[in-house]
Design a protein around this ligand. Structure first.
Ligand code: TRP
Length: 457
């Protein structure tokens, strides 16, 4: 449709029509009331949407293993916008998640022309140093490189079998001219997102990917591929929950398909018994297997049991030789505006504050930032300022003022006209100075930890 939102993960302009994005791509609204100890990003609706976050919330609540994975593109300097992801990762970590961070050095080489050696340097100097300073725990965080982790590449390659160029054309807008490295990059990202659940990286458990909404195409792709690879489907039935077998090349033998077209009933029975026993063990009752149709119905189950049943089936699939991949969950955050009022981007230094900027540079940038004040003081006092448009206000909200009641006072004072634009900028600059000074200090204090974050395979 002509007025559809198009999301391009590699473009520097992004739609900020978040409600349309939610509707069009079927995201769920993030309810911050549903989590414990929400950060200011959650409380202020900056983390605004998700896919299947409930699976993670459930794991958090019951202190069950779960994992957070995100990635960084080593192509420029780390700026404030990037720190938002780290903030969320730290929160997940505090709630009990183990953390993996992909350095997208292959993607950066493919799409930005950054050589791998350069990508390594940027990742360590610009990003990992700041991750350490921003409080990630080196014992619970592994930063790895796409180019070095063969399991990631292998998984991406294997799952390539379950998609094709047409799907890439419709998800990413690729065409005949698209170079193949660019086509491969999303498959590597699929490998990134799914690999923590491989046995050698911690095994089956829910994985959440906190990202800006520009990355959602990759999540759609990954979720689709994981579910296409699954040997069992689970869905809500008229009564209870229905499990169906999904016959594929790599499970035909296990499911009793013989070369002559006949079915080995003993094998089918084995699979069905396995499922039935596991479900009974986990407390489900009223289970009816219909091997002939390839279905099992659990009359006692409801919608809220689906995720648990899926997890049981993925375990069974693995025991039978399948990959047993769980679709990832994700959360999405709004983009902070750039200093100029447009998008924040590392390729336009005037639009953003870099984490390595000097305090003086930060002060200057903020004092010059796009303002939501009125043309004259008289008008400002009469009409009030517009915090929604004001970069200084936005930066206090996104980054520097974590106390909700202080922020609220500023909002009221500014929109009533008692606080002037210059005064607001000064408040923002003071807060930013404090934040940046603290970060600089932390960088020095945590410098010795940097190596510990990094994995070389
Ligand atoms: N494509 C992401 C970016 O442009 C980087 C990335 C690579 C990533 N692998 C990932 C993000 C896995 C999230 C999850 O910034």
């Amino acid at each position: 449709m002509a007025d559809d939102v198009h999301i391009d993960p590699w473009s520097s302009s992004q739609s900020t029509d978040y409600q349309r994005i939610i509707d069009q791509f079927g995201l769920q609204k993030f309810e911050h009331g549903s989590v414990d100890h929400p950060t200011h990003l959650h409380r202020r609706g900056i983390v605004f949407a998700h896919r299947d976050f409930n699976n993670i919330a459930e794991a958090q609540r019951h202190a069950q293993p779960h994992s957070v994975l995100t990635g960084l593109m080593p192509s420029g300097q780390m700026h404030l916008g990037h720190s938002m992801v780290v903030e969320q990762v730290r929160w997940f970590q505090e709630q009990g998640a183990d953390v993996s961070i992909a350095v997208a050095d292959l993607e950066s080489q493919a799409t930005r022309g950054i050589p791998l050696t350069k990508g390594y340097e940027i990742a360590v100097e610009e990003y990992v140093r700041n991750y350490a300073a921003l409080g990630l725990d080196p014992e619970q965080t592994q930063v790895y490189f796409q180019s070095k982790r063969s399991a990631v590449q292998r998984l991406g390659f294997q799952l390539g079998k379950r998609t094709n160029l047409s799907e890439f054309e419709s998800i990413y807008g690729f065409s005949g001219e698209t170079n193949l490295a660019h086509v491969q990059a999303p498959m590597v990202q699929v490998g990134d997102i799914l690999h923590p659940q491989l046995e050698e990286y911690g095994g089956l458990r829910p994985i959440v990917v906190p990202v800006g909404v520009d990355q959602d195409p990759h999540l759609r792709l990954t979720r689709g591929l994981a579910s296409k690879s699954n040997w069992f489907n689970v869905k809500l039935a008229n009564r209870g929950v229905l499990i169906g077998l999904s016959l594929q090349d790599d499970n035909a033998e296990v499911f009793g398909m013989q070369a002559n077209g006949r079915i080995d009933k003993a094998k089918v029975k084995h699979v069905f018994d396995l499922i039935q026993n596991k479900l009974t063990e986990r407390g489900f009752s009223d289970i009816e297997s219909v091997p002939k149709q390839g279905t099992i119905q659990i009359f006692s189950a409801t919608a809220k049991d689906i995720h648990g049943i899926q997890a049981i089936l993925l375990g069974i699939e693995r025991s039978l030789g399948g990959m047993g991949l769980m679709a990832p969950c994700s959360t999405y955050h709004h983009f902070a505006v750039g200093l100029t009022g447009d998008k924040m981007s590392s390729s336009s230094p005037k639009s953003t504050i870099f984490l390595n900027d000097s305090i003086e540079a930060v002060h200057k940038k903020i004092m010059k930032a796009y303002s939501g004040g009125r043309a004259t003081i008289e008008e400002h006092r009469r009409l009030g300022g517009e915090p929604e448009k004001d970069v200084a206000y936005q930066y206090l909200m996104y980054f520097f003022e974590t106390d909700d009641s202080h922020l609220d006072e500023i909002y009221k004072a500014y929109s009533s006209g008692s606080l002037l634009a210059g005064e607001l900028k000064q408040i923002c600059s003071d807060k930013a100075t404090e934040w940046m000074k603290n970060l600089q200090e932390k960088r020095d204090q945590t410098q010795h930890l940097v190596e510990r974050f990094i994995r070389h395979d």
